[in-house]
Design a protein around this ligand. Sequence first.
Ligand code: NAP
Length: 325
Amino acid sequence: MAQCDFYDLVIIGGGPGGLSAAVYAMRAALETVLVEKGVTGGQVTMSDEVENYPGFSHISGAELSMKFTQHAQSYDLEIISREVTALNPGLKHHTVKLANGEELKAHAVVVATGGSPKKLDIPGEREFYGKGVSYCATCDGFFFRGKTVVVVGGGDSAAEEALYLAKLCKKVYIAHRRDELRASKILQQRIFDDCNIEMLWNTVISQINAGDDGVNGVQLKDTLSAETRVLDVDGVFVFIGFNPNNELVPAGTRMNADGMVVTNEKCETNTPGIYVIGDLREKFARQIVLSAADGCTAALAAAHYVELKKSMGEETCDFPPDSDE
Ligand code: NAP
């Protein structure tokens, strides 16, 4: 049950962006609530190691997430653990609907819902998810100790997760559809230096095979010659990017062709009082530090916006509003 009839700010999503927004909003004395459907921390919770968040040369994703959460909670932030089902923009205020039917009214809303792993959409992927097909090495790598796995993808995620798996597994293949990795140079060097990792260049997986004990192989296809062959593996880890979680973004909001929301430098969307931050926002790079920076920007911009609304005599938490309808 929400503590307030009317909020200055509702933050949807409790990853690094949402939690940073909460820290800045609480410090700006905004009446704030953060709504998160799962555990706070976001995607980074699943990262084995984070080495590029300033101030922490080496920290696990789970620990960094915990620090973000603890920091936000140190300001007595209200956190509601529930799914948001809709965000309805309004002229006087915006309304955030929760899965239990409850409605939160607010001057401003920060949407920080991030993204979800992209799927290969090949035979066997859906059927054998959890039986050898995984999208999280930190979560599932333990089950593949001493076994052989294939990682799909050529970006930072694939590289990081392959390096993690190489510490546990007998052998790690990386199947990449081109002959050059997209991952940062430092990760590439570590991949090439790791004798437990073998690159399968110009290779895609066209099918995942399994028996009674789960995945036992994949069908590989050479992207240049179109030749196919079977590779025996016990697990398939897919890291081919992610889709933005834009389901709550109101109709009419400007988005790019990939479904990322286009904002100005204050993280404002084209709807006044609605901000989009983090991996859901169109930007050059998707990094934890950038999500955190977005959270700061959006909260400061929202504070200014809320002040303006209040100066126009609009609702506050202490005085429940009349209906917007
Ligand atoms: P990404 O950078 O978009 O890379 C996706 C990879 O998957 C690419 O190599 C792509 O191949 C390949 N791919 C895409 N669709 C495919 C398909 N259908 N079949 C086979 N391969 C496919 O995604 P990401 O690695 O998840 O990273 C997402 C963002 O998070 C990036 O901005 C990344 O820098 C950031 N990130 C940063 C860190 C870090 O700094 N520590 C860690 C993780 C992620 P092509 O190269 O041919 O397009």
